[in-house]
Design a protein around this ligand. Structure first.
Ligand code: NAD
Length: 553
């Protein structure tokens, strides 16, 4: 069959296709990343975030699948930028897969070098959870986006987004979550995307309420909903670099302005103004340099418009796509006048080791996730914010691919919940094992000076030892698969980050691994921020007994 027609879907149920549940989990999660319900462009092996891929080529995909099926309980598969390169004998407690994606020696760490190696078939872009096989669709970001907008509401709009209009762009795999996150906070949002198919996907998965092609109509609908205090998400077909200047021309200033196009990758992630998708595709392959030049010029216009809206009273924040850096390099010297979302809204959570924790039911049965939802509500009943989130997620989030749940748990909570999940598998309450993981955008697993580590209080934004230590300690602790990537979120040269996944198969060995990994991993978040001098992290370390020699404990 031609690869363009292939449909990949993870096996369901509790029959093994591999020699153990950890290998089986890796196999199912790789396939799940490429499920058409989950991935943005599965025919091209692209999962999300511009060209974030799950495997380097279809041939590599086939070899990974075949190798995972044969892999023994004491062997480890090595994957280099999406290609399986070796299997070594290790131990039962070692990871079954180790992955390194898109890493370049620092002086060569730029898109030009990467694209050249990519064209030669020597590399792939792993983004964050694409190349580390723990992407769960837009749900993976929606609570982070919800928390971001909730904190924005607390700081600027008297606790709620009711009666406010947010304007953003980019309704892709991650960006699409903005629509639901704003309405969950009771606000109105206009989300601009240049690609009709992406807007349609958000409508199908219930992330977006409706969509229009005319700016006038979008503004009228948004104003009506704002007046009525109703939550509403409106997709608008258009190019942000054209629509934002038009909004300014009409003196339409939203209450909040942000953006989540894939501006981190001007060649593959941002459509220049004045072009259709088809024209963009033609120019991209005929003359990539010209494409990048045009995309960067449009990004400069886009960011200048955000700055102008901010000047006129809108709250502006960067949403983690490095758009400010691209505009700055194009001469928009004020680009960094507005803050990134981590220092503005999220960092206190990182100080407690909190971040986008998730679990996936390998059975494929939604009932398994519903049972785990009940377990969270029972186990963490005093945490009202968390319980509110779980109830909202149950009500509003459609599963994509294997049923999954995400919630921001911190140090202590993750280990506690991991044991509970393993017990539920052991007792047969859940019909098959569960995979537990997180985004690389987590408390202690990323160095990214324009995003997760922007404006650290000790100035250590660019120190990249932390994600490396994170991957090493999770490997030592017995995670099921561990990955080290470069360039996720913000593009080549701007980030290093690590992923981890650990399987709860109900065994005693898994119980011990879960206890270790789900302590060391969020522990790195507490340590990273305590080391940088954040009081909340130091307090958390002291209260919870995280051993930090320099803190005298
Ligand atoms: P994606 O590539 O799936 O989607 C990008 C979308 O932007 C596409 O739908 C595309 O049509 C649209 N687009 C491109 N140029 C446009 C233009 N000029 N006008 C309007 N729409 C345009 O990417 P994604 O997975 O949604 O990620 C988006 C960005 O967010 C990436 O840069 C990613 O690295 C970043 N990201 C941020 C977070 C976070 O927590 N803040 C998390 C993950 C990813």
């Amino acid at each position: 069959m031609h690869n363009m027609d292939r449909i990949i879907r993870a096996p369901r149920g509790n029959r093994l296709n591999a020699k153990g549940w950890v290998q089986e989990a890796a196999l199912r999660m790789l396939m799940n990343n490429l499920d058409p319900e989950v991935a943005e462009h599965p025919q091209k092996l692209v999962v999300y975030g511009g060209i974030g891929k799950a495997a380097r080529s279809w041939e590599s995909f086939e070899r990974i699948v075949a190798t995972l099926k044969e892999l023994e309980d004491d062997e480890t598969l090595l994957v280099q930028s999406g290609k399986p390169v070796a299997v070594f004998k290790t131990t039962k407690d070692s990871p079954r897969v180790l992955l390194a994606n898109s890493n370049l020696v620092p002086a060569w760490a730029n898109w030009d070098t990467f694209h050249e190696l990519d064209r030669k078939g020597l590399m792939m872009y792993g983004q964050m959870t694409a190349g580390s096989w723990i992407y769960i669709g837009s749900q993976g970001i929606v609570q982070g986006t919800y928390e971001t907008f909730a904190e924005c509401a607390r700081q600027h709009f008297n606790q709620s987004l009711r009666g406010t209009i947010t304007v953003t762009a980019g309704l892709g795999g991650m960006g699409g979550a903005q629509m639901l996150a704003v309405t969950m906070n009771d606000g109105v949002v206009i989300g601009i995307d240049a690609d009709r198919t992406r807007i349609e996907k958000r409508i199908e998965t219930r992330y977006c309420d409706l969509w229009v092609e005319s700016l006038d109509e979008a503004i009228t609908l948004a104003k009506e909903a704002k007046e009525a205090g109703k939550a509403l998400s409106i997709g608008l077909l258009g190019n942000a670099a054209e629509v934002l200047p038009e909004m300014l021309g009409r003196h339409f200033i939203p209450d909040i302005i942000t953006d989540q196009t894939s501006a981190h990758d001007p060649l593959n992630g941002y459509l220049p103004a004045g072009m259709t998708i088809a024209e963009g595709e033609r120019l991209r392959s005929a003359n990539p340099q010209e494409y990048v030049k045009k995309a960067k010029a449009s990004i400069a216009v886009h960011v200048q418009s955000i700055l102008d809206m901010r000047e006129k009273g809108a709250v502006a924040f960067d949403y983690g796509n490095n758009i400010r850096q691209v505009a700055y390099d194009e001469g928009v010297k004020q680009a960094f006048d507005y803050p990134g979302f981590v220092p503005a809204y999220i960092r206190p959570q990182f100080c407690e080791g909190k971040g986008p924790f998730r679990w996936v039911a390998l059975s494929g049965d939604p009932a398994d996730i519903h049972k785990t939802d009940e377990a969270i509500l029972r186990e963490f009943a005093p945490n009202e914010r968390l319980c509110r989130w779980i109830r909202m997620a149950q009500d509003k989030i459609s599963f994509q691919g294997l049923p999954a749940r995400l919630c921001w748990l911190g140090y202590g909570e993750r280990a506690r919940f991991g044991k509970l999940l393993n017990d539920m598998v052991a007792s047969g309450e859940l019909s098959a094992p569960v995979v537990i993981g997180r985004d690389h955008l987590d408390a202690g697993s990323v160095a990214s000076p324009n995003r997760e580590t922007e404006a650290m209080m000790d100035g250590s934004d660019a120190v990249a030892d932390w994600p490396i230590l994170n991957a090493l300690v999770n490997t030592a602790a017995g995670a099921s698969w561990v990955s080290v990537h470069h360039g996720g979120g913000v593009g080549m040269g701007y980030s290093l980050h690590a992923g981890m996944v650990v399987v709860a198969d109900g065994s005693k060995e898994a119980e011990a691994r879960l206890a270790r990994v789900l302590t060391s991993d969020p522990g790195m978040g507490v340590v990273r921020h305590a080391d940088a001098g954040y009081d909340l992290a130091i307090e958390t370390a002291k209260k919870k007994g995280v051993h930090m020699p320099m803190l005298g404990q």
